[in-house]
Design a protein around this ligand. Sequence first.
Ligand SMILES: O=C(O)CCC(=O)c1ccccc1C(=O)O
Ligand SMILES: [Mg+2]
Length: 369
Amino acid sequence: MKFKEVILRHLKLELLHPFTTSFGTEYDRDFILVEVKSNDGISGWAESVAMLDPLYNEETLKTNWHILEDYLIPILLKNEIQHPDEISENLFTHIRGNYMAKAAIEGAVWDLYAKKQNKSLSGVLGGTKETIEVGVSIGIKNSIDSTIKVIEDRLQEGYKRFKLKIKPGWDIELIDEVRKVYPEIPLMADANSAYTLQDIDRLAALDDYDLMMIEQPLAYNDIIDHAELQSRVKTPICLDESIHSLEDARKALKLGSCKIINIKVGRVGGLTESRKIHDFCQENGIPLWCGGMLESGIGRAHNIAITSLPNFVLPGDTAASSLYWAEDIIEPEVTVENGTITVPTSPGIGFEPSLKKINKYTIYSKTFR
Ligand SMILES: O=C(O)CCC(=O)c1ccccc1C(=O)O
Ligand SMILES: [Mg+2]
């Protein structure tokens, strides 16, 4: 494969409902859409999941634009490859970090590669599932009652797992009240690093509520304290923020820092690395699920493809487009029926990016040749 041009677009989509986590509230989603064009005129698409501010991790939309424009795009345009694995294994190895920037361009090449093979992205990645099960991530609200109301709505819609964002002061009482109303639902909590080991009693108190897992309770870059915490609580710990690579996953399992891993394609630098972590976790009996970053339909399509691999055994965060956006930028939009999404079988990501809608939400764009 030889590449003719790359187009970066900065899009802004308004969220239908503000989304609050322990690190802040999102009202809109600004993101970079990457389009890679081959010499024979086929386009591959992906998005960077970096946010406007460095609150979830250190990357931002602007750092991603810089790394893409000044490093990754020039490297891609200079090189010819046979397979997308060569991008993370060869072309980008000397560029440190910047996982989300790398994943954005690698993902677009994977889509392009699949389209050239006339196969679905799921197919070229080795996906085995025809449908995937999904849950929903519920942000911090101003009351427990309104949280329960949201759970009720999502339960009616068939979602398979309910993740509540927690932080100190919005945790035990919340989970206790929710469990009183819904003793049986698959329930979990995500702290986005809002606690330290000093909060161990508070976190251990959650052992009484039969949670599927607690996601990333401690620091965003920690695997040491998480190992101590996991040895002292029954509830499985799931790592999100701390895992950027197969090496990180190997070390976390060696230390006993978690029993479950959430894969976000952006956070680990792309689909090739996601698949490596998948295979390693499968061999070691560690269940996986696919996280979400409030993606547009393009990112959602990538999440659906990776989730079709067999060891994504727990429902992920890839909910329907209509829970986030008045209109999505792909056709058809992502729909969820009975808590499941049908994995597309048409070439590439299997959803058509709508240039009309993309142009409507584009703030700025630049073409590189
Ligand atoms: O609905 C989604 O896309 C997942 C929402 C979510 O939980 C999240 C959203 C933004 C940043 C981090 C996280 C997270 O999983 O920690
Ligand atoms: Mg998380």
